[in-house]
Design a protein around this ligand. Sequence first.
Ligand code: F6P
Length: 364
Amino acid sequence: MSDKKRIGVLTSGGDCSGLNTAIRAVACSALSRGWDVFGIYNATDGLFARPMHYKQFTYADFDFPYARLGGTMLGTNNSGNPNQQITADGSVEELTDEQLVERFRDGVKELGLDALVVIGGDGSMAIVSKFCQQAGIAMVGIPKTIDNDAPATESAIGFATARNIVMEALDRLDTTANSHQRIMIVEVMGRGAGHLALEGAIAGMADICLIPEIPYTYEGVVKKLREIRASGRSHTLMVVAEGIKTPEGKHFYAANGRTFAGVANYFTERLSQEPDKFNVRANILGHVQRGGTPMAQDRLLASAFAVHAIELLEKGQTNRMVVCQKGRISDMDLKDVLKIAHTPVDPNGAMVQVARGLGMYVGE
Ligand code: F6P
């Protein structure tokens, strides 16, 4: 690679707050070195599309305060199926795996890219790194996910803001639950991981929190609800991670058949039928958790990750993933990162201990 580089940057997977901060930081850090920076639209789709869908960044692109906003100015895709490309006229173009690799390779060549900075979750990181390998282009990954289960990193962009949204929702629900002596059940995203539910529940001072990593019993939940009532407390905040199974071992799926949704409604219906006449309401936070202006913590993480990614490229170190370990920004071989499965909540870890220490019911 020459000293002056041409790099691409893209966001891939579900959006979250802090992505625009990361895009800006990648662009500014590269522009300050005199490099050319290309933003690729809609994850890798921008490279598969013909004509390609990209823009060359200049500082002027950041006059508008994108970096302060949620979402991603480059668009993203979490369908996991690049073989079906939606064309500019709205029709679907079916591409074989070979055609995708060919387009990716040609796209990278046409733009003259030395490297691609991929801001994504573990799923998209694995997909994009395969294309990069096949196309012979260097890559550096930056982890983002509100689920905070990305391998090898203790923090990922988007988690802090989403956790705050859960906390704020619980703050708001607490007053209305108190006024009506209700049990508020709050369904929180996170897919198979309970980090968002658990940390949101602790910050939001919930009484019960069910997460996929810890088995619970329905009887345990009812017992806790009765204890709360007997203690003289008027209301209850109960957080349920979307990825938990019902006591019968059932997951509920959203209409797309792929993501989880529905467990709060399940508990609401079942608990309402108890002889205790529990007054229960379900609240599904959904994609609210992915929006809004990023908190300082996510802006700092996004900026630090991006600067580290550009420094790696400057030193000629590629196929790395930027990570945060023991509070320090570092990096790991992407291959090794991808071998690690996602990072669930440790049932014996510090956060679970805090929850239990507070008397929160988190399962058996
Ligand atoms: O991985 C992020 C996430 O928000 C999960 O917490 C959630 O299960 C899923 O994405 C929702 O995906 P979609 O945006 O496709 O509904």
